[in-house]
Design a protein around this ligand. Structure first.
Ligand SMILES: NC(=O)c1ccc[n+]([C@@H]2O[C@H](COP(=O)([O-])OP(=O)(O)OC[C@H]3O[C@@H](n4cnc5c(N)ncnc54)[C@H](OP(=O)(O)O)[C@@H]3O)[C@@H](O)[C@H]2O)c1
Length: 331
């Protein structure tokens, strides 16, 4: 029977999530590509328990993570039942709704019908009475924002979610969503954007909106799905995401330009005494609104390496300028 490491809280850095009572570990574990039914159960279990033993208390899931959509929730539900049940109150478990899940007009986007039905399905797959955070996964251009936010508020009132969040929302929609929720007495806890050295879009207004609204930021794909690590320095490894079935990172996505930039960034990382993945994570966390980064990991060694980002989080002005130049392609 699994017994959690008693030293799990000794070294982890926990950051307060905006204006709330919740603190999240600086690294969270994401279950997007690594907990589907194409992954052996024992490997997924090993990742989850290793992470928890290191103080990673937050697990990020969505209704559609798999493949098959829903299977990541089923896998994590089994780990919860067989190993983590005694630790439920030490865990923050998130799920989301908004992407396609079932046929017909109610199987995706942002209607109240879709969001609440999806949450019920997620709870069933996870074997839980409630999740800690329920997100609207993507903005819906055709549903009034008031309706999607009412669905999130409803989830809280029904006791099926403790907190709510939004993902992939623009700065303007984030401000509106936050105000609508406030009007219903609900605080928007967290926003989940794509942010990394290779995607700096949130710097154009989103971080400011989050600060103004007291919302915490948790980034996904901080390592650009592996491109901001040494994974592709010598070609495309057989066991890598780019060589698998993911449509989000294909072999064509591993461009010469990105690999060249990554190698230049790696030279700075080495001077700082860390790996590229560690520097890329530390760089994301230099933003005061950034409280946690959701890492995907296919091996426990990757989690282990990434956790050591904590050992050097400070950047000199010269380092930041050098990084900017590499990213802009002027170096
Ligand atoms: N809200 C949204 O719309 C949204 C969208 C996408 C993701 N997410 C969330 O964010 C999480 C993370 O996304 P992501 O998987 O794209 O994140 P990521 O951390 O940028 O990429 C993860 C991949 O990077 C590689 N990697 C990680 N650490 C490494 C290391 N130390 N050395 C070498 N390679 C390393 C691994 O690739 P290999 O597999 O090749 O080993 C791993 O699968 C997801 O699981 C999900 O929870 C949310």
């Amino acid at each position: 029977m699994y017994c959690a490491d008693t030293s799990r809280y000794d070294h982890m850095l926990y950051n307060r999530c905006g204006k709330s009572g919740i603190r999240l570990p600086f690294l969270s574990l994401g279950l997007w590509h690594n907990f589907g039914e194409n992954v052996p159960y024992e490997r997924a279990r090993e990742l989850a328990l290793f992470a928890f033993d290191k103080g990673i208390t937050h697990f990020d899931i969505a209704n559609n993570y798999g493949p098959r959509p829903g299977s990541a929730e089923i896998t994590f539900g089994r780990i919860l039942k067989e190993d983590l049940a005694p630790y439920r109150d030490e865990l923050i478990i998130s799920t989301k709704a908004g992407y396609y899940m079932w046929p017909g007009p109610y199987g995706e986007w942002g209607s109240k019908k879709n969001l609440l039905a999806s949450l019920d399905q997620s709870l069933k797959r996870l074997g839980l009475d409630y999740v800690d955070i329920f997100y609207h996964h993507r903005p819906d251009p055709d549903t009034p924002l008031e309706e999607s936010m009412e669905a999130l508020a409803c989830a809280v009132r029904q006791g099926k979610a403790l907190y709510v969040g939004i993902s992939n929302y623009s700065a303007e929609d984030t401000r509106r969503a936050s105000q609508i929720l406030k009007g219903m007495g609900i605080h928007c806890l967290i926003h989940q954007p794509n942010y990394s050295m290779f995607n700096r879009a949130p710097e154009n207004g989103l971080f400011q909106a989050l600060e103004d609204e007291g919302i915490g930021c948790i980034a996904y794909s901080s390592l650009a799905q592996g491109l901001l690590t040494n994974r592709y320095f010598n070609g495309i490894p057989e066991d890598s995401r780019a060589n698998g079935h993911s449509v989000f990172l294909t072999r064509d996505g591993v461009t010469q330009e990105k690999v060249e930039k990554a190698k230049k960034l790696d030279a700075i990382a080495q001077r700082r005494g860390q790996s590229l993945s560690q520097m890329a994570l530390a760089w994301n966390l230099r933003n005061p609104q950034m409280i946690s980064l959701i890492i995907g990991a296919s091996k426990v060694q990757q989690i282990e390496e990434n956790l050591k980002a904590q050992e050097n989080m400070q950047f000199s002005q010269e380092e930041l300028e050098e990084i900017d130049k590499i990213l802009l392609g002027s170096m």
